[in-house]
Design a protein around this ligand. Structure first.
Ligand code: B12
Ligand code: SF4
Length: 272
C-alpha cells in the first residue's frame, strides 16, 4: 500500500482543489451493505460483509454519476463534479466525519447512529458552493470492545491500526505467504476481517432493511475449482466480485489456511 504515502497522493489528499480546480464542496455519501447475518458455517460467513454483495466499485458507479450529473445541473453554467468511490486520493472517513455522516470509531471505521458500521463511503467533489453540515461527534466513550476483539493486536491503541497485522490487509492486499503466526487468528475467514466491526455496540441500532445476497453462493469458490481455473476464467467469473482483489493465487492461499483451521467440519469440506 505504498501509494498511500506517495508524495503526490498526500498532496492531493490534503488539497482537493488540486484534484478539481475551483472545487468548493465535497458531498459525502454512505451506502449500507448490510445483508443480515449469514448462517453460521456457511461459505458466506467466511467472507467480510462488504464482499458478500456484488462489487460496490461497479454497482455504485452509475447511481453516483447520475447524482453528480444532477448536482452539476443545479447551477447555470453547470458546475463541474468528480465522483470518488474508495479509489481516489481522498481521506474518505475524515471527510465523512466532518460532513456529519458518522464518527471515526476507535477501530478506524466510520460509525453511524442509524447504519452501525456496515456501509461504504463515496464522495462528489464539486465546484458548486453548498452549505456544510455540522461534523459528527465521537460517541465511543470508554468503550474498547473493538480493540479487545482484534485477534492479532493490529489495533494497537484507539485509532491506531497497524495494517501489517490486520487480517483484512493480509487476506486481500498482501501478495506473499501469510506468516504462520496469523493462521490460527484467521480461523475460517478467508477474505477480509470483520472482527473489530462486529464488536461495535452501535450495530444494534442498524435501521436499514437487510437484503439477503446470493452473490457468494454463485461464485466458483473451492480449492479444486480455483486451482483448475485459468487466470482469464478467474477474471471472467469474479468480474463482479470484490473477491477479485485478492487474485486467484491469494484466494487459494487463504482457502488452504481456512481449510486447515476448519479441520474435518462440513464447512472445511466445502473449501475443498
Ligand atoms: C487502504 C485502505 C485499507 C487498508 C488500510 C486501512 C487504513 N488504516 O488506512 C486495509 C486493507 C487494512 C483496509 C481494511 C479495511 N477497510 Co479499507 N480502505 C482503505 C482506503 C482505500 C484508504 C485509507 C487511507 O487513505 N488510509 C491512510 C490514512 C492516513 O487515512 P485514514 O485511515 O483515512 O485516516 C486516519 C487518520 O488520518 C486519522 N484521522 C483522520 N482524521 C481524523 C479525525 C479524528 C477526529 C481522528 C480521531 C482521527 C483522524 O484516523 C483515520 C482513521 O485511521 C479507504 C478508502 C479511502 N480512500 O479512504 C478504504 C476504507 C477506509 N476501507 C473500508 C473498509 C470497509 C475496510 C474494512 C472494514 C474491510 C474488511 N471488512 O476487511 C477493513 C477495516 C480495517 C480497519 N479496522 O480499519 C471503507 C470504510 C467504510 C467505513 N464505514 O468507514 C473505506 C472508506 C472504503 C469505502 N469507500 O467504503 N482498508
Ligand atoms: S466498538 Fe466501541 S470503541 Fe470501537 S468503534 Fe464501536 S463504540 Fe467505538
Amino acid at each position: 500500500m505504498k501509494w498511500i504515502a506517495r508524495e503526490k497522493s498526500v498532496e492531493l489528499r490534503l488539497n482537493p482543489e488540486k484534484i478539481l480546480p475551483g472545487a468548493k464542496t465535497i458531498i459525502c455519501l454512505a451506502k449500507s451493505y448490510y445483508t443480515g447475518e449469514a448462517q453460521e458455517g456457511s461459505l458466506e460467513s467466511c467472507v467480510a460483509r462488504y464482499a458478500r454483495v456484488p462489487d460496490y466499485h461497479k454497482t455504485l458507479k452509475a447511481p453516483l454519476e447520475e447524482l453528480a450529473h444532477f448536482v452539476s445541473s443545479l447551477s447555470s453554467p453547470p458546475s463541474k463534479s468528480l465522483c470518488f468511490l474508495d479509489s481516489g486520493p481522498l481521506l474518505e472517513r475524515d471527510l465523512a466525519q466532518r460532513a456529519g455522516l458518522g464518527f471515526i470509531g476507535k477501530h478506524n471505521s466510520l460509525v453511524s447512529k442509524t447504519l452501525g458500521n456496515w456501509f461504504f463511503l463515496a464522495e462528489i467533489l464539486t465546484t458548486l458552493q453548498m452549505d456544510a453540515d455540522a461534523p459528527a461527534v465521537n460517541l465511543c466513550g470508554s468503550c474498547q470492545k473493538c480493540l479487545e476483539a482484534c485477534p492479532t493486536g493490529a489495533l494497537r491503541a484507539p485509532w491506531v491500526l497497524d495494517s501489517r497485522k490486520c487480517l483484512s490487509y493480509m487476506t486481500i492486499e498482501y501478495r506473499q505467504d501469510i506468516p504462520e503466526e496469523y493462521h490460527a487468528a484467521m480461523g475460517t475467514k478467508f477474505f477480509g476481517c470483520d472482527r473489530c466491526l462486529e464488536a461495535c455496540p452501535w450495530n444494534e441500532v442498524v435501521s436499514c432493511e437487510a437484503k439477503p445476497s446470493v452473490h457468494i453462493s454463485e461464485l466458483p469458490l473451492s480449492l479444486k475449482k480455483l486451482e483448475q481455473m485459468s487466470e482469464n476464467k478467474f477474471k471472467e467469473y469474479f468480474s463482479s466480485s470484490a473477491l477479485a482483489r485478492a487474485r486467484r493465487a491469494g484466494l487459494i492461499r487463504n482457502l488452504r489456511i481456512a481449510h486447515k483451521n476448519a479441520k474435518n467440519t462440513p464447512l472445511g469440506k466445502q473449501f475443498l
